[in-house]
Design a protein around this ligand. Structure first.
Ligand code: ADP
Ligand code: MG
Length: 349
């Protein structure tokens, strides 16, 4: 005979069976990954999703955001905001996209807080050194140092205080003819932020956007563990890592002297230039910063690299950033707040 108590028991068992059934019917979370060449580098987007279709739509949305950004910033295209601003230097204001406007404002902030070590008007010097072109495999140009008088000449056009921003109109003007902005030191971190926002808006809860040395992770892997991100050994092979970080909802950027460089008479000349001297900055092999925002880590990794070990660390501490430094002699410094995110050697696999 069924009494009230046994009916209740049966109901509970039934509910439990239903719950177990509905859990086991939940579609499996899988990792989907795609890459594209944009912003002059390989951009990889990884997402966790129960559906290949959802993953693909979200990834394509995020790539569209980066593509749009690339169109605004590319110095190769004459129609980009950056090209227009540079061509109108000393002449006129140029109305720009929201992306360009936000990025230039963030770049000016990075310049202010680093006392000009990061300077988005570094363009004339970047063009003079031409490191990106010299090191291209099909370049056929032998590396040559720019003449000192040329460097001095270009230095007169490098000063972020000569960027005039019209907030009303979202338009930008460079005060002097001959000035040129170059947002290469901050744009990829911003792109990572924007792409992650696009993935989230498409319903993705977890993933990674990687723009070469700048990446941003959010959520967890399907097994609920954190994403693992490696820091490259500056003098090692491509896949030699000096550390692995376990991350959730954080951005990581690295500025290094090993990506774009040439060597003359045993001296390494690389692509991170000191706006005070006009020459590549000394003191570090690489600077890796970790923070919630890619625009902060990317803008400031370049700044810290230029500031050098002492002033660089002061800026890191002032801004409460996590940092992993490899100094010029190969020795390492890790801030205390980053140590806890480093995966111990025996747990890396
Ligand atoms: P990467 O581009 O290799 O990730 P960075 O974030 O340090 O590394 O950016 C380097 C780029 O920043 C250079 O290629 C150049 O376009 C630009 N740049 C170089 N020196 C400076 C500087 N002092 N301030 C701002 N941008 C810089
Ligand atoms: Mg940077």
């Amino acid at each position: 005979m069924l009494n009230i108590a046994s009916i209740k028991k049966l109901q509970i068992i039934l509910i439990l069976i239903l719950l177990i059934n509905s859990c086991s019917r939940q579609p499996e979370q899988k990792i989907y990954k795609k890459f594209r060449i944009l912003m002059d580098t390989i951009i990889t987007i990884t997402v966790v999703s129960p559906s290949e279709k959802e993953a693909e739509t979200a990834i394509n949305n995020a790539f569209s955001v980066i593509e749009r950004l690339d169109k605004s910033l590319s110095s190769f295209s004459p129609d980009s905001d950056v090209s227009k601003i540079n061509h109108s230097a000393g002449i006129d204001f140029v109305k720009v996209s929201t992306d360009t406007y936000q990025l230039i404002n963030a770049a000016i902030k990075s310049a202010q807080i680093s006392d000009g070590a990061f300077d988005p008007t570094i363009g004339p010097l970047v063009n003079l050194w031409d490191i990106a072109d010299i090191i291209k495999p099909d370049a056929h140009i032998s590396p040559k140092l720019p003449a000192l008088n040329k460097i001095k000449e270009k230095l007169m056009f490098v000063n972020y205080k000569d960027i005039i921003v019209d907030d009303h109109d979202m338009s930008i003007k460079l005060r002097k003819k001959g000035m040129a902005i170059d947002l290469g030191g901050i744009a990829k971190g911003y792109a990572a932020d924007k792409a992650v926002a696009a993935l989230k808006a498409s319903g993705i809860k977890s993933g990674i956007v990687s723009c070469a040395g700048d990446l941003k992770v959010f959520g967890n892997k399907p097994d609920n563990s954190n994403w693992l991100v490696g820091i490259r050994a500056p003098r090692g092979k491509l896949d030699d890592l000096i550390a692995v970080l376990s991350l959730k909802d954080l951005a990581v950027s690295t500025s290094g002297d090993y990506e774009r460089f040439f060597i003359i008479n045993g001296i390494r000349y690389h692509h991170i230039l000191d706006p005070k001297t006009g020459y590549p900055a000394n003191g570090f092999q690489s600077v890796t910063l970790v923070n919630e925002q890619g625009i902060i880590t990317d803008g400031l990794d370049t700044a810290v690299f230029v500031l050098g070990p002492k002033k660089g660390l002061e800026l890191v501490n002032k801004m409460g950033l996590m940092a992993y430094f490899v100094y010029s002699d190969g020795s390492i410094y890790i801030t205390d707040n980053l140590k806890k995110l480093i995966v111990p050697n025996d747990k890396k696999n």
